[in-house]
Design a protein around this ligand. Structure first.
Ligand code: PLP
Length: 456
């Protein structure tokens, strides 16, 4: 047997392993770190601040603990309560039994499609999405393009906006995160992510978030120079930017300006959608309907990677006349959409919108109580439903908090902007018992941090 054959067989044997003995735990951890360094990116290891303290040790993601819950086990069999929720992918919990069942049933028939014949789940899922999508008296979002990820959903929204308006320039917000492929990266605002690629990014202007006056000025300037915007892309709640909630006044004003200047309004609901905030889409809290919406993350039920772009008939017009302008091989494949269809059913049957609202409000109010208790450390607690941010006074405090929470077997993390704001985005299936438990651990950790005061 060749060395390659041995290595290939060994890697496959890891897939089939269930419980690991001590020797296997150490070996798999050692090899994971080694190959990560050699074959992925050693730089990444240094950034995993909350979950690893030394380079020779790492907790490995290994298995979900109880189906449909936020609990998971690491490779040593230690249980963790996941309050991070995979950055918002586990709205129906980890491996929800009904999502699993749907995916397994589809897998037993067909995984991917021929690409040439019509695949039924695409039609059914698009139909379902059109039934839950926002709408107003002027607009019905009912045309769907399926993707494999959030960034691809954003790319599709941008292309459709450019196609339908014939304009090229994009308006986005400061602190926005829309992904890291070249189109979405142009809309993302963090300098660190964009700087090396400036010059090859789409032409984009960034305006401060939640500031209607400056938004209006941007539209007026564009009108004055003739460089009108194809679209204004905005998150109804900025996720990676630090959990900032847009006011209803801002979103309504944005809708009005977009209508006035013939610009497409794109809501990026990749993180805030699929029930996370207590409604299907965060924009529903403001009663504002966009022309296009990007969906991802939880749309695959925490099991399949899948996203979507949904828009109005009007936005779709040019794309209808040439449907090959935007295509994808894997986007919206039968396996992925079986998960999405099951996820929509679970959210409905288990009343997860209500859970997100009621339990999320309780979680938020308890965290606000802790803010009053630890005013020297916590600057602000904010959010909507189960999309909550805890802002510390400093970045270092946020890092210390997430490290100490992890040491007590609760996973939280900062945002891509920084660790100063720790985000809480658990499964919407989280129980009140788990929330009470999480709050008590937060309290203990904050108390411990307050004893370290001089060091932070
Ligand atoms: N849009 C928003 C609002 C996001 O939060 C993210 C990811 O965090 C994306 C887009 C990009 O999604 P993905 O990482 O699946 O490409």
């Amino acid at each position: 047997m060749s060395e390659l054959e041995k290595e290939a067989q060994y890697a496959l044997s890891i897939v089939y392993k269930k419980k690991l003995d001590k020797k296997e735990q150490d070996q798999i951890m050692f090899e994971t770190i080694k190959y990560w360094k050699e074959n992925i990116n050693e730089g990444f290891l240094a950034y995993r601040k909350s979950v690893s303290s030394e380079s020779s040790y790492a907790n490995l993601d290994w298995e979900d603990a109880y189906p449909g819950t936020p609990w998971f086990n690491d490779h040593r069999g230690q249980k963790y309560l996941d309050l991070l929720g995979g950055y918002g992918i586990y709205n129906v919990g980890r491996r929800h039994p009904r999502v699993m069942e749907a995916v397994q049933s589809q897998l037993s028939k067909q995984a991917l499609h021929s690409q040439e014949l019509l695949d039924p789940l695409r039609s059914y899922c698009a139909h379902l999405l059109s039934l839950i999508a926002p709408r107003d008296e002027k607009r019905v979002l009912r045309k769907c393009f399926f993707t494999n990820s959030g960034t691809e959903s954003v790319e599709a929204c941008l292309k459709l906006a450019i196609l339908s308006t014939g304009r090229k320039k994009i308006l986005a917000t400061i602190n926005a995160f829309h992904g890291k492929t070249l189109g979405s990266l142009a809309c993302t605002s963090k300098e660190k992510f964009r700087a090396p690629f400036i010059g090859v990014l789409c032409e984009t202007c960034h305006v401060p978030y939640n500031n209607l006056f400056l938004l209006q000025q941007a539209f007026e300037s564009a009108e004055g120079t003739g460089e009108r915007f194809a679209c204004f892309i905005v998150e109804p709640i900025q996720g990676e930017g630090g959990i900032h909630v847009a006011t209803a006044e801002y979103l309504k004003g944005a809708r009005k300006l977009c209508d006035q200047y013939g610009t497409m309004l794109i809501f990026d609901e990749v993180q805030s959608g699929m029930g996370r905030t207590g409604k299907w889409w965060a924009c529903e809290h403001s009663d504002v309907c966009p022309d296009l919406m990007a969906i991802g993350k939880a749309f695959g039920g925490g099991i399949m990677p899948v996203g979507a772009c949904i828009g109005t008939d009007k936005v779709w017009e040019k794309y209808v006349s040439d449907p090959f302008l935007i295509t994808t091989t894997f986007g919206g494949n039968p396996l992925a959409l079986s998960a999405s269809i099951a996820t929509i059913n679970v959210i409905l049957d288990e009343k997860l919108l209500e859970s997100a609202e009621v339990r999320g409000s309780f979680f938020l109010s308890e965290l606000k109580r802790l803010k009053e208790k630890y005013p020297l450390y916590l600057k602000e607690v904010r959010g909507k439903g189960m999309m909550i941010g805890i802002e510390f006074m400093t970045n270092q405090m946020g890092i210390e908090f997430s490290k100490r929470m992890f040491a007590k077997n609760i996973l939280v993390a900062g945002t891509l902007a920084n660790a100063q704001t720790i985000r809480i985005e658990p499964a919407l299936t989280i129980t009140m018992i788990d929330i009470h438990y999480a709050i008590s651990i937060c309290d203990t950790v904050l108390k411990d941090i307050s004893l370290l005061r001089s060091k932070l």
